[in-house]
Design a protein around this ligand. Structure first.
Ligand code: GLN
Length: 509
């Protein structure tokens, strides 16, 4: 399929259809989830529900756990009945219905909305991740890690614009417009995928009744001994297990670093630094949008003639994004703002990711490509190092202090290290699942992979409140030190397991 077809950056152009579809889905997921707690705890006079922080974070913990639990069901259903492609289309529309339901802002429609997003993500997320791997075969195997890394750039481009735009509109205009915006882009994304399906040929087609499915046939042709299949499944479980440590610390970071940014970081901008911040902010917004627009143009050159409708939908969505960015920036420039918003740091992760992903993609393809457990180990250690920077930055804060004035640089550097760690582990993990799992279990194994995030989010939700306790009894620095040691320790153990893992993977690099 890929061979001979049009390529962009050396990858089949169908990869970029998946890239953009996933981008809009993640736009809606991260945009909505960024608003969720803020909306629930905001006073009723300000349109919120006036919940306590504890109740709101508990609902958030349940929600993010369930969103990553359902992929195991969605992956199974696709393997057995739907095929991955139909599951993505169906999941996309269910998610969109969920956001529209949240937009309506009544109590029953709110819970219905959450349930729909949870169910839809179960169908969408594991299966779109599975299709990416199916674009690579014997003739372009070497590009698989790089392809997943680019796909992951789409994930974070969506997160970036979702957090930025849904957040801005939700907080400054109205909560339900923030939710509604998430819904609109999800609809455009699902339609764009639906109309692009001819690009995929047999890939992800549903199993035919009474016939051996394409996946089962592929497995039969490959004819691996049962013990190899079993060993590789074991390797998947081990990788997924170590990833729990990563997402646990990472999701904790999301909450604790926002608190750190809000209470302990010097975000005052006096005089010209206010102007400089606005300029930096503008560049940070415009650069990712420009990169993506370039990709859109490339995609148009390859597929535009064959299938104009998806490109038109995509161009429409982009026009809307540019319009919103320009409107947001113009509005910000006219305001006399003298403080960096605490939520701004949250988008640094996806910003760094979009910028660094192409470099990592090239690095895996051309320069340095160690085996999976080593990459995972390095990723975990980098995450730990990010927390070490915070622990050092926070070392001057006395126990129990309510405020402090730590430099913003520590937070920014921590996000940079976290993002580099994420690039060594998360997209690489997707690539490994696609190489290790037999074709007939592909969706299900992606479900197993995402289960790590369900468990991590569950634990992070339960332990979220400890930041206050530990920083009052010991210190803020101790809190971050704990999160230095957990991932770094797990990373070192995994690196030690490399020889064992290599045996279990039976030649999969
Ligand atoms: N940022 C990734 C995504 O949303 C994280 C996935 C995960 O496994 N937690 O795709």
């Amino acid at each position: 399929q890929a061979a001979g077809g049009h390529t962009i950056l050396g990858h089949p152009d169908s990869l970029f259809v998946l890239f953009f579809t996933e981008m809009w889905e993640r736009f809606s997921y991260y945009g909505m989830r960024g608003l969720l707690v803020l909306f629930l705890i905001s006073e009723t006079a300000k349109g919120g529900w006036g919940w306590s922080r504890a109740d709101a974070t508990s609902l958030y913990g349940w929600y993010t756990m369930l969103v990553y639990f359902t992929p195991i069901l969605g992956g199974y259903v696709a393997d057995k009945f739907l095929g991955t492609r139909r599951a993505v289309v169906l999941g996309g529309f269910i998610i969109a219905a969920g956001h529209i339901s949240l937009f309506m802002e009544t109590i029953p429609s709110f819970y219905l909305g959450l349930a729909l997003v949870i169910a839809g993500t179960g169908l969408f997320k594991p299966n779109i991740s599975a299709i990416v791997g199916q674009l690579y075969g014997k003739d372009n195997e070497g590009s698989r890690d790089g392809g997943y890394t680019l796909f992951y750039m789409g994930v974070n481009a969506g997160a970036f614009f979702g957090i930025l735009l849904c957040g801005y509109i939700g907080e400054k205009i109205s909560w339900n417009y923030g939710f509604g915006l998430a819904g609109i882009f999800m609809i455009l994304g699902a339609l764009q995928f639906y109309f692009s399906q001819s690009l995929f040929g047999d890939i992800g087609a549903p199993p035919v009744k009474g016939e051996k499915s394409a996946a089962a046939q592929a497995d039969a042709e490959e004819n691996l001994p049962a013990n190899v299949v079993a060993d590789r499944l074991k390797a998947i479980f081990v990788l997924a297990f170590f990833t729990i440590f990563f997402w646990f610390a990472f999701e904790q970071a999301g909450g604790s670093m926002t608190i750190f940014a809000a209470d302990y970081t010097d975000r005052n901008l006096v005089g010209t630094s206010g102007l400089i911040f606005k300029i930096v902010n503008t560049l940070m917004t415009v650069i990712p949008a420009a990169i993506l627009t370039w990709l859109l143009v490339q995609l148009h050159r390859g597929t535009g003639k064959r299938s104009p409708l998806p490109i038109v939908l995509l161009a429409l969505a982009f026009a809307a994004i540019w319009g919103l960015i320009i409107w947001m920036l113009a509005r910000e420039f006219s305001l006399d703002q003298s403080e960096v918003p605490a939520t701004w740091f949250g988008v640094l992760n996806s910003f760094f990711l979009v910028i660094l992903a192409p470099m990592f993609s090239k690095m895996w393809e051309k320069h340095w490509n160690p085996s999976g457990p080593i990459k995972f180990g390095v990723g975990l250690v980098l995450l730990g190092l990010g927390f070490a920077v915070l622990s050092y930055g926070a070392s001057g804060i006395p126990p129990g202090a309510k405020t402090a004035q730590v430099s913003m640089m520590f937070l920014s550097l921590a996000y940079l290290l976290h993002t580099m760690g994420e690039l060594c582990l998360s997209p690489v993990g997707l690539s490994y699942i696609s190489k290790l799992a037999p074709a007939r279990l592909l969706g299900l194994m992606f479900g197993v992979w995402f289960l790590n995030s369900a468990i991590a989010n569950f634990i992070a939700g339960k332990t979220g409140a400890y930041i206050d306790y530990i920083s009052a009894t010991y210190s803020m620095s101790t809190f971050f030190l704990i999160f230095t040691l957990i991932p770094a320790g797990a990373g070192l153990v995994l690196m030690l397991l490399t020889p064992w893992m290599k045996k279990k993977m039976h030649g999969v690099h």
